[in-house]
Write a protein that binds this ligand. Structure first.
Ligand SMILES: [Fe+2]
Length: 295
């Protein structure tokens, strides 16, 4: 019964990669000051690639893997190249109230648990990105500067998960469709808790907003225990995701490899990793669809 999809893969050819370096972003550019104007994609190769990747994210797989040969490219080049490519597709948006437009996801495997999942090495805890922001990002993008051993990023389609959840008990789906408090951690001005449903019906299935930790913290902030029905529904959802994760599509974000996904549709997470020989260094960008751009 597992929904199967393969993440389409694309390679940025050498000439297109050179073209994408035309707008260099200096390595010391503050994270909140990267240029959000659309990079003017020109040339048939780059235009076709841009449109094909936009279609892949909007299509059955809800995602796309993109690769560029990292040979001869420093970190600043790779970051500029992928930043420019992303701005041709989507409008980058701030990831925190502090304004970061690009964010380093770098964690020591032995690091203690922190409040932001991206700075921890926890596996499991599959989630949606940007649930604390005023607007949920449409697309999330991670690309690799270096990979650890393990730590593959994996994606699961919400609609397949909901189907399995309904198979256990349709009441769980109903429970997750009611608004619940998320602790917004100062990410939305003036409020402590934002009420939103985990599952929102759409024309072709469900839209997902899920970070269990933030929901539990939201109830704690309100001084109310998590209702038993909601706990049961989240337990069942986590169980369904854990089972689906075993065969989920995943990709190791090695240097030069990027993954874009529909953040409203795909639950994501990562496999466990060790940094014995090399550390896991990624960059993250969020985007929203924009009339003048491709996605
Ligand atoms: Fe994430």
């Amino acid at each position: 019964m597992a929904e199967t999809f393969t993440i389409p893969e694309f390679t940025i050819p050498g000439a297109a990669a050179s073209a994408l370096l035309a707008r260099g972003v200096a390595a010391d550019t503050p994270l909140d000051s990267w240029p959000t104007e659309a990079f003017p994609a020109t040339g048939p190769e780059l235009l076709a690639l841009r449109d094909d990747i936009a279609s892949a994210i909007g299509g059955a797989a809800g995602s796309a893997i993109v690769r560029v040969d990292p040979d001869g490219l420093g970190d600043e080049d790779l970051c500029s190249l992928y930043w420019n490519f992303f701005t041709a597709l989507l409008r980058p948006v701030e990831q925190y109230s502090s304004g970061e437009l690009i964010y380093p996801v770098e964690v020591k495997a032995g690091a203690a648990e922190t409040s932001h999942y991206s700075n921890s090495n926890k596996a499991g805890n599959y989630h949606t990105d940007g649930t604390l922001l005023p607007q949920l990002p449409d697309v999330a993008f991670l690309f690799g500067l270096s990979a650890a051993t393990g730590g593959e990023t994996l994606l699961m389609d919400v609609n397949g998960l909901v189907e399995r959840l309904a198979g256990i008990d349709p009441a769980h789906v109903a429970e997750l469709s009611r608004p619940v408090p998320f602790d917004v951690k100062d990410q939305t001005a003036g409020i402590r808790v934002k009420r939103q449903p985990v599952l929102t019906p759409t024309a072709d299935g469900y839209e997902l907003r899920y970070v269990r930790l933030y929901i539990e913290q939201g109830f704690a902030a309100e001084g109310t225990p998590v209702p038993a029905e909601l706990l049961a529904a989240m337990d069942a959802f986590d169980e369904v995701s854990a089972v689906a994760a075993v065969d989920a599509e995943c990709v190791l974000l090695e240097r030069g490899v990027g993954l874009l996904w529909d953040n409203r549709r795909m639950l994501h997470g990562r496999r466990p990793f060790q940094e014995a020989t090399s550390s896991r260094r990624l960059r993250r960008v969020y985007g929203v669809r924009d009339a003048g751009r491709a996605a």
